[in-house]
Design a protein around this ligand. Structure first.
Ligand code: HEM
Length: 477
């Protein structure tokens, strides 16, 4: 990320900033065809070094590998490798399409094997595969539909208003934790049906505090060691286990309190909905299953959105042309919605908070000029797809104007993944980003503390701004 230069300030001709990739064959093939094609080239470093570099400096690692080996390559380590090593990493949209549209049993998600598994357990919608995944996903979908999001809009607006008013003016602050306060309130309200900030002495209040505390701890370098210790294990170990127990106590307390509520059928929060849900055999979810699901939503739902917003500001305050254009559109109410949308698209393109997602192919698979055998983990580098010269000319520049008149392509713009594993909270995350961005642009003038771009650091599966997007905010002049 250090190599990223300040973008040129110029408005190119329409269409120039969104392109196409040349087509590349991909998808399931038979064993004979697979045998006739070479396997992808391997990164030549010892496994330990690869895992370490991938964890510490994923950006440099994958860009270097693509420069040296091409758009499909293979690394050692990280997840169970299958025949021949660790995950194969691709960055071609046709390969992405083949994985997103495959029958679920041919390319199940890798999240069940990721560093998230020891945290949210093996049975949550995020980590389960097969029929169990589909059942959990169906159960949760209504809570994230457009209609449900409409109901959240006022609450999002209020959470944003409250928080923005409380920020100190005129001195450097990190925006990421401030954004997190907003997105945590939003997700807690959606999941638990709490309006506003829950009081500290309620089970919900204690859960909110425990969530914030565990996230703060996970930025410490020692937490990265805990992550490495957990690779390849199903259950939390060592430091992760210690960190999780406070969160668990708080979550179980909320579940137990809500089980006793008399008005479950009148409430439309997610916990009340899940408490009433029954499987085909008429069984209710156990406390453990509920805990896994709720924790997944709290963790997947707010840190990602907060950091996506933080990245957008990290980019905006260093790209005066983009910031001026947005401010002008929003404050004059001319094309405001379109500019906000374009800015979010570009922010999520250039700084995808989740830089990589994966599937395990269960049959031989073609990836362009290469083939991989059955049981190979195939990762899609969102970061590399989003920085292809052919798809996004001048890919390292932050140019929201790319998106004026253009909708993101399903396999070319993939910050929320895709197919049957596409992010459940995508509409909620987009709504939150629109509201918060709109309010901040209207109410505040924001400037960078340091003109140099912020580096990315990796936390669990996310990529976040190293300084938390430090900026100085002032009331609009
Ligand atoms: C900007 C914010 C967000 C980003 C960048 C993001 C990104 C992602 C990505 C990349 C995936 C994996 C998709 C795949 O493998 O194809 C995912 C899955 C998921 N996300 Fe999000 N997410 C965000 C916000 C949210 C929110 C607000 C929620 C919920 C409250 C949420 C809940 C989930 C869930 C439950 C899954 C698992 C879906 C499944 O496996 O079926 N996310 N997200």
């Amino acid at each position: 990320m250090a190599a990223i230069e300040a973008p040129e300030v110029q408005l190119p001709a329409d269409g120039e900033l969104i392109g196409e990739a040349p087509s590349s064959p991909a998808g399931p093939i038979d064993a004979a065809e697979a045998a006739s094609l070479p396997e992808p080239p391997m990164i030549q470093l010892p496994r330990f070094m690869q895992v370490l570099r991938f964890n510490q400096r994923q950006i440099e690692f994958v860009f270097k590998a693509r420069r040296e080996l091409g758009e499909v390559f293979r690394m050692r380590g990280m997840v169970r490798g299958g025949p021949g090593g660790g995950p194969v990493i691709t960055s071609h949209p046709d390969h992405v399409r083949s994985l997103f549209t495959a029958k679920p049993e041919l390319a199940p998600s890798l999240t069940g094997e990721s560093p998230l598994r020891p945290i949210v357990g093996p049975n949550a919608v995020l980590t389960a595969t097969g029929p169990r995944h589909m059942r959990q996903r169906k159960l949760l979908l209504p809570a994230f539909h457009g209609e449900a999001i409409e109901r959240y809009m006022q609450m999002i607006n209020e959470a944003a208003e409250r928080e923005i008013s409380s920020w100190p003016r005129g001195r450097p602050i990190a925006l990421a934790p401030r954004m997190q306060a907003i997105t945590l309130d939003v997700i807690m309200a959606g999941i638990f049906g709490i309006e506003g900030k829950p009081a500290g002495n309620t089970p919900e209040g204690r859960l909110r505090a425990a969530t914030r505390a565990s996230l703060a701890v996970s930025t410490w370098p020692i937490a990265q060691l805990a992550e490495l210790m957990n690779i390849g294990h199903d259950e939390p170990r060592g430091l992760t286990k210690v960190g999780m127990s406070a969160l668990d106590v708080a979550t179980y307390a909320v579940i137990s309190e809500r089980r006793g509520a008399q008005d479950l059928d009148e409430r439309n929060d997610i916990l009340s909905m899940l408490l009433q849900a029954r499987t085909e055999d008429g069984e209710a979810l156990s406390d453990k299953e509920l805990r896994d699901e709720l924790l997944t939503l709290v963790l997947a739902g707010h840190e990602t959105t907060a950091n996506s917003l933080a990245w957008i500001w990290e980019r905006l305050v260093r790209t005066p042309a983009a910031y001026d254009a947005l401010r002008e559109a929003v404050r004059s109410d001319t094309g405001a919605e379109e500019m906000i949308e374009a800015t979010i698209y570009e922010g999520m393109r250039s700084r995808p908070v989740i830089p990589m997602i994966g599937r395990r192919v269960t049959v031989p698979w073609r990836l362009g000029e290469y083939a991989v055998p059955a049981d190979t983990p195939v990762a899609m580098s969102i970061l590399l797809v989003h920085h292809r010269e052919d798809l996004y000319p001048d890919p390292f520049a932050f140019k929201p104007e790319r998106w004026i008149g253009h909708k993101p392509g399903t396999y070319e713009w993939i910050p929320f993944g895709g197919g049957i594993r596409r992010c459940l909270g995508a509409s909620l995350a987009m709504a939150e980003q629109r509201v918060v961005l709109d309010q901040m642009v209207r109410r505040l003038d924001i400037e960078a503390v340091d003109p140099d771009p912020e580096h990315a650091v990796h936390r669990n599966v996310t990529m976040i701004p190293a300084q938390g997007a430090r900026a100085i905010v002032r009331d609009r002049g």
